[in-house]
Design a protein around this ligand. Structure first.
Ligand SMILES: NC(=O)c1ccc[n+]([C@@H]2O[C@H](COP(=O)([O-])OP(=O)(O)OC[C@H]3O[C@@H](n4cnc5c(N)ncnc54)[C@H](O)[C@@H]3O)[C@@H](O)[C@H]2O)c1
Length: 297
């Protein structure tokens, strides 16, 4: 078992040489992170808040969303909860208007909400296909469309004022969307769509100084990928019981094939997403970063 050493906990700002405090990288920024009540999204909101961003926590399930927001507040950060299903047609409008009403601006959007619903193609139903498309492709499209008028108006105002403010979109995809994965037909197609959305919007929104990038995750330890040591496991998503988890032997094989020799943590995934949220990546757009410990198939 490898112990992953964290450089510093969320909520504690960086210190430069000689213990001098440096400005948090995301001070003054406002970030939306969908599906941030658990797993990768929760690690992302903690990371962004730890760097000074005020965050909007969204999740299908209100309870974990409130818990994540309270964890941020306990560290001295500011968090607003906008619970709800990102796949609901008017959710994008609600999410963006809540953000602007409560926090007054919008700088970073991380489209992370998602889940798996796996079966071989002969058992793939239309309902399953559309559920995967709805949450991983249609929901990010609607959220980004809802943000477009604000992003355009803000960019025009800043250009008129002679200021250059870079805003950020990060779409969370999967190595399944890049390389495919047996039993994940709808999921992999939807995660590939997230890459298409990324590349097109990077071209459309450069004029507004918005970078649009994608992080394709490999195996990250969350409830979706837990080892099935005591039999099958299921999660309930929108009233449906869906099988999750991996056989311990399959996990061992994945780790053995991974150059870094282990699965990723939610914090590892959040670190990759964070790279596209900070000023150092202001001239990087339309890219897909694979965060998989070096596993590339
Ligand atoms: N864990 C992995 O190995 C892995 C690998 C590749 C990609 N991903 C992607 O990373 C993202 C996060 O997954 P995770 O592993 O952290 O899973 P998770 O289940 O731990 O967390 C995902 C969160 O998203 C929420 N969510 C699901 N559907 C939603 C909806 N319709 N509206 C709002 N919230 C919703 C869930 O309630 C949950 O809290 C997903 O998009 C997933 O497809 C994960």
């Amino acid at each position: 078992m490898v112990e992953v050493v964290r450089h510093r906990p969320a909520g504690v700002y960086a210190h430069g040489p000689h213990g001098m405090q440096t400005t948090p990288k995301l001070a003054g920024k406002v970030a939306i992170v969908t599906g941030s009540g658990r797993g990768v999204g929760r690690a992302v909101v903690l990371k962004l808040a730890g760097e000074g961003a005020r965050v909007v926590v969204n999740d299908l399930d209100a309870e974990p969303a409130e818990e994540a927001a309270n964890a941020i507040r306990a560290l001295g950060g500011e968090a607003v909860v906008c619970a709800g299903d990102v796949a609901t047609p008017d959710f994008g409008e609600r999410l963006v208007s809540t953000t602007l009403e409560k926090l007054g601006r919008l700088d970073i959007i991380v489209n992370n909400a998602g889940y798996i619903w796996n079966t071989t193609i002969q058992n793939h139903t239309d309902e399953q296909w559309y559920a995967m498309m709805d949450v991983h492709a249609t929901a990010p499209f609607r959220i980004l469309r809802a943000a477009a008028p604000y992003l355009r108006a803000a960019a025009r105002q800043e250009q008129a004022d002679g200021r250059l403010v870079c805003r950020k979109v990060v779409n969370v995809s999967s190595i399944s969307g890049v390389y495919g994965a047996a039993t994940q037909l709808g999921y992999s197609a939807a995660k590939a769509a997230a890459i298409g959305i990324t590349k097109t919007l990077a071209k459309e929104w450069g004029r507004y100084n918005v970078t649009v990038n994608c992080v394709a995750l490999g195996h990250i330890s969350t409830r979706l990928t837990e080892p099935l040591t005591t039999g099958p496991k299921a999660i309930v998503v929108k009233g449906r019981e869906l099988n999750v988890g991996l056989q311990p032997e399959a996990l061992d094989l994945i780790h053995a094939l991974t150059p870094l020799g282990r699965g990723g943590t939610p914090e590892d995934a959040a670190g990759a997403i964070y790279l596209f949220c900070i000023p150092e990546s202001d001239y990087v757009s339309g890219q897909v970063l694979i965060c998989s410990g070096g596993l590339i198939f």
